[in-house]
Design a protein around this ligand. Structure first.
Ligand code: NAP
Length: 203
């Protein structure tokens, strides 16, 4: 296994990673855009540099890496791209406004990209996990509520759902029955209600 360290929040981070892959003559057949983080606070009180880094890592880096590696995969007519979004993409979450927005971009972008690449031999999926037991909430400076702990997924559950979904050619993967049910219900409700309910769930 080769590990290449890279800070994807920097302007040249994604290009440096691509240059490093090229220098080592590595041509990945699988791209998992997993790097990401959130910042839990009112939007107007969030530090500007955190907002810019959130957009850079969650959204910009994923787009740049998929552009370069997706083209290579398409030319070889084989490859997989998995974008790691969040349940926050499906339900706007106050105090995670930029994070929710960035993850919503990943879902819409993946859906369009999958259509464009449908005959290329490259499979594209996006996964929308709910609360998962990782370091995410410590990084986001967010103390988990009881509800969040009750419905929390394990990283293994999410990884299994991702692999199963990719293999089956599922476009939008939502792991866990609780989140699947909620995703279906939330689609029927006005977005302003969903935002108000989400605000309660995380605070
Ligand atoms: N945990 C949840 O509840 C949850 C729910 C839905 C979606 N997600 C998404 O799942 C993905 C993985 O997060 P996680 O839950 O595993 O949280 P995590 O334990 O905090 O891991 C975050 C990952 O992103 C990487 N990363 C963060 N900033 C980076 C940067 N500037 N450059 C390069 N890599 C960077 C981290 O690398 P280092 O370890 O090297 O810092 C780490 O591998 C994220 O996209 C997150 O938005 C998480």
């Amino acid at each position: 296994m080769t590990v290449i360290e890279n800070d994807l929040s920097t302007p040249d981070g994604p290009d440096r990673l691509l240059a490093e892959l090229a220098a080592r003559k590595l041509a990945p057949t699988v791209l998992i855009n997993n790097a990401g983080f959130g910042y839990f606070d009112l939007f107007v009180e969030q530090p500007r540099d955190e907002i810019e880094a959130m957009i850079a890592v969650n959204l910009r880096a994923a787009t740049i890496l998929a552009r370069a590696l997706g083209e290579q995969m398409a030319s070889r007519q084989h490859g997989y791209i998995l974008n790691v979004a969040s349940f926050a993409a499906l339900a706007p979450i106050p105090r995670y406004a930029v994070y929710s927005g960035a993850k919503a971009y990943l879902v819409a972008w993946t859906q369009a990209l999958a259509h464009e690449l449908r005959k290329s031999g490259v499979r594209v999926s996006v996964i929308c996990p709910g609360f998962t037991r990782t370091e995410f909430h410590d990084v986001a400076r967010h103390t988990k509520t009881r509800l969040m702990q009750w419905i929390e997924l394990t990283p293994e559950q999410v990884a299994r759902a991702a692999i199963r979904g990719l293999e089956r050619g599922q476009l939008v993967i939502v792991p866990g029955w609780w989140y699947k049910l909620n995703a279906a219900v939330l689609r029927l409700l006005p977005r302003s209600w969903v935002a108000a309910m989400s605000a309660k769930a995380v605070k």
